[in-house]
Design a binder for this molecule. Structure first.
Ligand code: HEC
Length: 233
C-alpha cells in the first residue's frame, strides 16, 4: 500500500512532467503569427499601434513627445467648466478637498507650503502630460489633443503665467517659464548615475572588486546584505 504522502509525491511528480510536456508542445506549436517563439507560446509581439498607445510620455523641459494640435485659453475655459470645474472649481480654486490648480505663490518656504502648478511645477509641458494621462479623474484618455492644449493654456492663464491670447501648442509650451523652475536641482551627484554603460570590450567581471557595501552602515539588514551573492568568488 502507498502511504498518502507517497501518493501526493507521485501526483506532484506527475503534474510536473505533464506541465513540461504541455510547455514543450506549446513551444513547438505557436499558432498566431504574432506569437513570440521561445516563450512557451505565451505573449505576442506588440504591434506598432499597441506601442503607440502606451508611448504617451511628454518630456518636461523641452516638450519632446507633445503631439500636433493647439488650444486657446478661451476654448480651455469652456472645456474646464464642463469637465473639470466640479472638482477643481471654476477658476481652479478647488472644490472641497479636491486640489487647487492655482495660487500658493511665495509659500514654498512656509511651514505649510501650498504646492500648485503655478507655485511649484517646473515645466509647462508636464501639465499637458498630466491632464492627458490622468484627467478628468474617472474618465481619463477621453480628451482630444486640442482640448488638452486648451485646458493647459487656461490653467496657465489662471496662474497668470501666460496672457489670455496665449495659444498652447508643441512649440509654445516648452517656452513658458515656470516660476519655480530654477529651484529644482537637475544634476544628480551620485557617481553611478553618471556612469556610461559599457557596450563592448568591457572589463572582465572577474576583475571587478566590490570595495564597499551598504553593510555595516545600517542601510541593509544583515540577512539580505550583498556580501554572499555579489562578492566574486
Ligand atoms: C472627479 C473629480 C475630478 C475631476 C472631474 C477632474 N479632476 Fe483633476 N484632480 C482630481 C484629483 C483627486 C486630483 C489629485 C490626484 C492625485 O494627486 O493623485 C487631481 C489632480 C489634477 C491635477 C494635478 C494638480 C497638482 O498640482 O498635482 C491637474 C493639473 C488636474 N487635476 C487637472 C484636471 C483637469 C484639466 C480636469 C478636467 C479635464 C480635471 N482635472 C478633472 C480630481 C478631479
Amino acid at each position: 500500500m502507498f502511504s498518502s504522502r507517497k501518493v501526493s509525491l507521485l501526483l506532484a511528480l506527475g503534474m510536473i512532467i505533464a506541465a513540461g510536456i504541455f510547455a514543450r508542445a506549446a513551444e513547438r506549436g505557436h499558432s498566431s503569427p504574432n506569437q513570440k517563439p521561445g516563450n512557451f507560446g505565451y505573449g505576442e509581439v506588440a504591434t506598432p499601434e499597441q506601442i503607440a498607445g502606451w508611448d504617451i510620455d511628454v518630456r518636461g523641459d523641452d516638450g519632446a513627445g507633445l503631439p500636433l494640435g493647439r488650444g486657446t485659453v478661451e476654448r480651455g475655459s469652456l472645456v474646464f467648466a464642463e469637465q473639470c470645474a466640479a472638482c477643481h472649481g471654476t477658476f481652479g480654486e478647488g472644490e472641497g478637498r479636491f486640489p487647487k490648480l492655482v495660487g500658493g505663490a511665495g509659500t514654498l518656504r512656509n511651514d505649510r507650503p501650498e504646492l500648485t502648478i503655478g507655485s511649484y511645477w517646473p515645466f509647462a509641458p508636464t501639465l499637458w502630460d498630466y491632464i492627458n494621462r490622468a484627467m478628468p479623474m474617472g474618465t481619463p484618455h477621453t480628451l482630444s489633443a486640442d482640448d488638452v492644449y486648451a485646458l493647459t493654456a487656461y490653467i496657465l492663464n489662471l496662474n497668470e503665467l501666460v496672457p489670455k491670447e496665449f495659444v498652447a501648442d508643441r512649440a509654445s509650451l516648452p517656452k513658458v517659464k515656470m516660476p519655480n523652475r530654477d529651484n529644482f536641482i537637475w544634476t544628480d551627484p551620485r557617481p553611478d548615475t553618471a556612469a556610461k554603460p559599457c557596450m563592448n570590450a568591457c572589463a572582465d567581471p572577474a576583475s571587478v572588486k566590490i570595495t564597499t557595501t551598504a553593510e555595516g552602515k545600517h542601510l541593509t539588514p544583515r540577512t539580505t546584505g550583498p556580501l554572499d551573492t555579489m562578492q566574486p568568488k
